[in-house]
Design a protein around this ligand. Structure first.
Ligand SMILES: [Mg+2]
Length: 580
């Protein structure tokens, strides 16, 4: 929250229930405090009440003061950049949406790290990822001789075990460009059988150096037996000479000859990744090898022992957790929980792969926060998100009602401005269940025209209370003019009583009558969200726009709030997308 009106002037309502000038004067000053929250003290220059006409005469001056006061707050309107997030999604139980890494910022950070283009194809030559792998593998290569000698002392044959995906073969383009970070086993099998994966950067040279140093090489993957031949062929195709069907372990399918080996025993019928992988390493060691080094991109590749050393490669693009073996504690083989991430993706240049919030962990944290089920449908009754919005709207509503009433009495035509998506209407189910966190404008239009959105929790009561207390409702959304009627229809359908066509602002399409208004001028041909929204708010305050005084501006995006022309900006939480 960048603004808070929590705890301000609980007696304000009482102070306004009288026409006594002294009481009203106090109310006005108190309203000034409320309207300006904590960041805009200059708004106290709002004229003291001296009758409607006097207030009206001073209106221009006070508005100028308020506008001045409201500018300069933009510096506070920035997303958080430090996060604490457990890998398992449990951090989402906190009613603190701003503390959940925004999934769009996570994606752009990942794309910066892999130097991926706009379609999700990684740069194969230069990127922070390639540099980091070069450093990690270069250092490990210098230690191969020592590892070999150490393992040799055991009297067994020194060996190295390597996972496949994102350890020897590089799945980035499949994960991003083809799957949009939503794993699809059918598509994966197409990529596997088509042998479409490049080598993980630097790994062909590293494995060749290990072979040269005398190590036996083994592959160990969660890919299944039906994918074994294609996987070994893909490895050969990209330059590995070490792998063959004898030294490459894939997982049983349970069909035909592909059955659980006798050397693997599991606590339950379905083996965990760690049971499968550690059990296979134990088997390899039983064949006379000492596994000097175990290399993987997932912690579950490395847990469970049966290797002298482990090497974790970075991979923020998915997370495959597994319980460790019963009784085995390996606290160092666990994901990081503290992250620094700028909203624009630029942290991907500097923080390293382990320093990027893993996108699967971010999704599960978001789903915990919204109480979403496995299909991506939010809990509509109870969740940390609903708790947070309940606290926020509960804290704001009394002050907002009082402010609307006082300002109405002052004759300054008070209004509140409200964004649509995730401010008055709730898009979670569309974003997660329908879009899988990949925005799709065609699908969005179907939801908009179908008026399918529920209300944002707590907002109907707040908005209707403001309206009843004398504030005009102004809608201001990035949805376009072709979506205006359906949006107003959707708002009425879910219980908002006060939105009107003249005071509902949607964006022009550039087609037919839907053209850029004369009151909006932009630096480039295509207006930014901030240009469109802040100039529309400015227009609303002019005579032509109704001459309103915008007491509060509600939005779930910082771009809804930047650019001034509202006394108090109020940010609602939304980690599900980022519109800079
Ligand atoms: Mg892997």
């Amino acid at each position: 929250m960048c603004s808070s009106v929590v705890g301000l002037t609980p007696n304000l309502e009482a102070s306004m229930n009288t026409r006594s000038p002294s009481r009203v004067r106090r109310g006005t000053l108190a309203a000034g405090v409320i309207l300006t929250a904590v960041a805009v003290p200059a708004a106290l220059t709002m004229p003291a009440y001296a009758g409607p006409q006097a207030a009206h005469d001073d209106h221009g001056t006070s508005r100028a003061a308020l506008t001045r006061a409201a500018s300069g707050t933009d510096r506070l309107l920035e997303p958080r950049s430090r996060f604490t997030m457990a890998a398992d999604g449990s951090s989402g139980t906190r009613p603190d949406g701003a503390g959940v890494p925004n999934i769009d910022s996570v994606k752009s950070t990942i794309r910066t790290y892999y130097a991926a283009d706009a379609t999700g194809i990684a740069d194969k030559t230069t990127s922070p990822y390639i540099s980091e792998l070069g450093g990690v593998l270069g250092k490990q290569a210098t230690q191969l001789k020592g590892l070999y000698n150490q393992a040799k002392r055991s009297g067994k044959k020194p060996a190295i075990v390597l996972d496949a995906d994102d350890t020897t073969l590089w799945t980035y383009d499949m994960e991003d460009n083809a799957m949009h970070f939503n794993f699809d086993p059918v598509l994966q099998d197409v990529w596997v059988q088509g042998q479409k994966f490049p080598a993980t950067p630097g790994m062909v040279q590293f494995v060749a150096a290990a072979q040269k140093a005398g190590f036996a090489i083994f592959g160990l993957t969660g890919r299944n037996d039906d994918q074994k031949v294609a996987t070994v062929a893909n490895l050969g195709k990209v330059g590995y000479t070490a792998f063959n069907t004898d030294n490459f372990f894939t997982k049983w399918t349970g069909k035909g000859d592909s059955q659980q080996p006798s050397y693997i025993t599991c606590a339950t019928a379905k083996c965990t990744t760690v049971e499968y992988k550690a059990g296979t390493r134990k088997h390899i060691e039983s064949l006379g090898y000492d596994i000097a080094l175990n290399v993987g991109d997932q912690w579950s590749d490395l847990q469970g022992g049966y290797a002298d050393h482990t090497l974790k490669l970075p991979n923020p693009t998915y997370y495959l957790p597994s319980p460790n073996l019963a009784g085995v504690e390996e606290p160092k083989l666990a994901p990081r929980t503290r992250f620094t991430m700028k909203p624009d993706g630029s942290s991907g240049k500097t923080v390293g792969g382990e320093g990027i919030p893993n996108i699967d962990s971010v999704k599960s944290t978001i789903r915990t926060y919204y109480g979403a089920d496995a299909t991506g449908i939010a809990n509509k009754t109870s969740s940390p998100y609903i708790t947070e919005l309940g606290r926020l709207t509960g804290a704001i509503t009394p002050a907002l009602r009082a402010s609307c009433a006082v300002a109405s009495r002052l004759g300054v035509k008070p209004a509140i401005v409200l964004d649509a998506d995730d401010t008055t209407l709730w898009t979670y189910d569309m974003e997660d269940n329908a879009m899988h966190f990949n925005f799709d404008p065609v699908l969005q239009d179907a939801w908009v025209q179908g008026q399918k959105f529920p209300a944002t929790p707590g907002m109907v009561a707040l908005v209707n209370a403001a309206q009843k207390s004398g504030c005009t409702l102004i809608g201001l959304t990035g949805r376009n003019d072709d979506q205006k009627a359906a949006t107003i229809g959707n708002l009425a359908k879910v219980g908002y009583t006060g939105f009107t066509n003249p005071n509902y602002y949607t964006k022009w399409t550039g087609k037919g009558d839907s053209q850029q208004p004369s009151y909006i001028t932009c630096a480039a041909a295509k207006c930014t969200t901030i240009e469109y929204k802040s100039q529309t708010r400015a227009h609303v305050q002019t005579k032509a726009g109704g001459g309103y005084t915008i007491l509060a501006n509600f939005g779930d995006q910082f771009s809804d709030l930047k650019g001034g022309h509202a006394i108090v900006p109020i940010k609602l939480p939304n980690p599900t997308y980022y519109l800079p």
